[in-house]
Write a protein that binds this ligand. Structure first.
Ligand code: ARG
Length: 607
């Protein structure tokens, strides 16, 4: 597994997300006030607040403020009276405005300020969420309209695991945007329905099925085979190749017979893609490359008028900053390519669809393509020079899916894996293991089906999402379907177990919510409460850096804290603290289910 470049993690740097529920941000505001009072002549100091990590098995606080050293290097030598970072740390503590959030503060080592939150405040916060719902924890992104361009397989070519990865990651990003109160989130399937491959396919079809009625769906049922056979003809017979090239022109000029065959091929492909989307519960709005074809000449004209288009070796190209090779906007033979289409589609998205943030989810291999596309737009003045300003375009790249042999994931006969088969296999394995369980005896067939799907498809998604997307990962059914370790199956069990605790109490949880009160006297109750409260800040970081793996990590830790700490040491049902503990259970399942929702995983309520 090869980790590629990772983005810098943002600490408390002020992102544009408005996230009032974030504990980290609330503390940062308090520390900001303290810093203004501590060093009034240094108004640029930005508060650096982070959750404390466990060091050598101990944690010195819940959060820490790390400004003392930086402030010292600014004020050293000036007449401030400070003798070093620890003194600054102490002054930061002394100047903190009083707050019900904070129980105590201490200064450690070279000036770190450690904060212990008030357990009463944590409890109230968790309780508030139970009353207001998790939506009260949603941040606000500064855009109203966003698009995630994802999945986007190519017609008549393979829809491979790379497209599966794009589909899974893209759907989660769209859900994250929706949760962040973006009013309109478009899930766009930019299918490759317009390449030169169609000339070849159609020519082959006409050759083998001379009557137009024969070009039926039956004839093109096995598109992969058709693709292969026509490719062999194309590569070996110059005369065929010529006819195929002419067919592209005839198709693009709209000749009926050609359009009809093209449409049939697209329909067959689409039906195959839809099977995958249906299993994964994913909705996409298709607008393929062909849609933008009529827009290409106009957009190129505009770019030409701006002086961006140059002639090179007969092709029309655009040079962009920092890249030696130019972007080819029109090929030497006058034909359009992948770039031409993306130049036009981006124009359409910005001007017709008025999108403020467009995210493209593809493998890392296309990073340069998008880098050049965005740079060309910046050169034209069609995107702001500052890449963080809106409207904004972001390429979300991801690594490869590998097989056990460490090479690209293929079947044994080295064919591309059919995605539908892969998903069916995950479901089948889950079904088998459910049927092996005693408890399955009183399950209906429908429940068995539903549960196998939720667990099987969820496991495939989670195995993908939990990996930092820049990293390659190995596809392994045994690993992803294991009920121990960081898998969706483990998480589903944890969730179902908590649901069963609540059921077993026999209490009406809505009534408990209305009248009960959370108390966090046991340290493991407190640890659970604190982790629950950290959801908003983790979500913010996941959303800012477009990294779903951070949500997975959070979710896994939540299940671990619940199971290994809280539930191991704090009896729930029948204890004197039953009411409070049931509320903690309920808050945990609510946050878990919300994470499942964002990851596109259907929760299971009993197992
Ligand atoms: N069809 C492309 C592929 O399979 C992905 C398209 C991504 N979107 C875009 N606007 N270029 O690699």
């Amino acid at each position: 597994q090869s980790p590629v470049t990772k983005p810098q993690s943002t600490s408390t740097a002020v992102t544009e997300i408005d996230n009032p529920a974030s504990v980290k941000r609330q503390l940062a505001q308090l520390f900001e006030l303290s810093l203004r009072a501590t060093v009034p002549d240094e108004p640029d100091v930005v508060p650096l607040v982070d959750a404390c990590a466990v060091k050598g098995g101990v944690k010195f606080g819940d959060y820490q403020c790390n400004n003392a050293m930086g402030v010292w290097s600014k004020v050293k030598g000036k007449q401030t009276g400070f003798r070093g970072p620890p003194a600054i740390g102490q002054a930061i503590v002394n100047n903190l405005p009083p707050s019900e959030m904070i129980d105590s503060c201490s200064v450690a080592g070279p000036g770190f300020v450690n904060v212990v939150l008030s357990k009463k405040w944590i409890a109230q916060r968790v309780q508030r969420m139970l009353i207001d719902g998790i939506d009260a924890w949603a941040p606000q992104l500064p855009v109203k309209r966003a698009m995630v361009d994802f999945s986007s397989p190519n017609i008549a070519k393979e829809m491979h695991v790379g497209h599966l990865r794009s589909t899974i990651i893209g759907d989660t990003l769209a859900r994250m945007f929706e949760f962040s109160r973006v009013e309109c989130v478009i899930r766009r399937n930019h299918v490759g329905d317009w390449g030169t491959q169609f000339g070849m396919l159609i020519t082959y079809l006409f050759e083998n099925f001379p009557s137009p009625d024969d070009v039926s769906e039956a004839a093109i049922e096995d598109l992969q085979a058709l693709y292969k056979a026509s490719k062999v003809r194309f590569d070996s017979d110059p005369e065929f190749k010529l006819r195929a090239q002419q067919a592209v022109v005839r198709l693009q000029s709209g000749e009926i017979k050609y359009r009809k065959a093209w449409k049939q091929i697209c329909d067959v492909s689409r039906a195959e893609f839809d099977k995958v989307y249906q299993r994964l519960g994913i909705q996409l709005e298709e607008m393929g490359e062909s849609f933008y074809n009529p827009y290409i000449p106009g957009v190129l004209d505009k770019l030409d008028n701006l002086g961006l288009i140059e002639e090179s070796d007969g092709a029309r190209v655009i040079y962009v900053e920092g890249v030696n090779i130019p972007l080819i906007a029109v090929k030497r033979d006058g034909g359009y390519n992948y770039f031409s289409t993306d130049l036009a589609s981006l124009w359409y998205r910005l001007n017709e669809e008025k999108l403020e943030w467009i995210v493209y989810v593809t493998d890392i291999g296309q990073q340069q393509h998008f880098d050049m596309l965005f740079k060309a737009y910046r050169r034209a003045g069609w995107l702001p020079k500052d890449d963080n300003a809106y409207p904004k375009c972001t390429h979300v790249g991801f690594g490869l899916v590998l097989g056990e042999d460490g090479k690209r994931f293929r079947t044994r006969s080295s064919e591309v894996v059919r995605l539908v088969d892969l998903l069916d296999e995950a479901k089948r394995r889950c079904r088998t293991s459910i049927l092996e369980r005693d408890s399955a005896k009183d399950w209906s067939e429908e429940e068995i089906e539903k549960t196998s799907e939720a667990i099987g498809y969820g496991a495939v998604k989670y195995a993908d999402l939990k990996i930092n997307r820049f990293t390659n990962y190995t596809f392994n059914f045994d690993q992803m379907l294991n009920d121990k370790g960081n898998t969706a199956v483990y998480l589903q069990y944890a969730h179902a177990r908590i649901c069963s605790i609540i059921r077993k109490s026999g209490r009406d949880i809505e009534e408990v919510k209305r009248n009960g009160k959370i108390v966090l006297d046991h340290e493991d109750e407190r640890a659970l409460g604190l982790h629950l409260l950290q959801f908003p800040e983790v979500f913010e970081e996941a959303c800012t850096n477009l990294l779903p793996n951070l949500l997975c990590e959070y979710l896994y830790n939540l299940a671990e804290i619940f199971t290994k700490k809280f539930y191991s040491n704090c009896q729930v049902v029948g204890s004197p603290e039953e009411t409070s503990r049931l509320l903690l259970c309920e808050a945990t399942v609510i946050v878990m289910r919300h994470c499942f929702y964002l990851l596109g995983i259907e929760p299971v309520y009993r197992l």
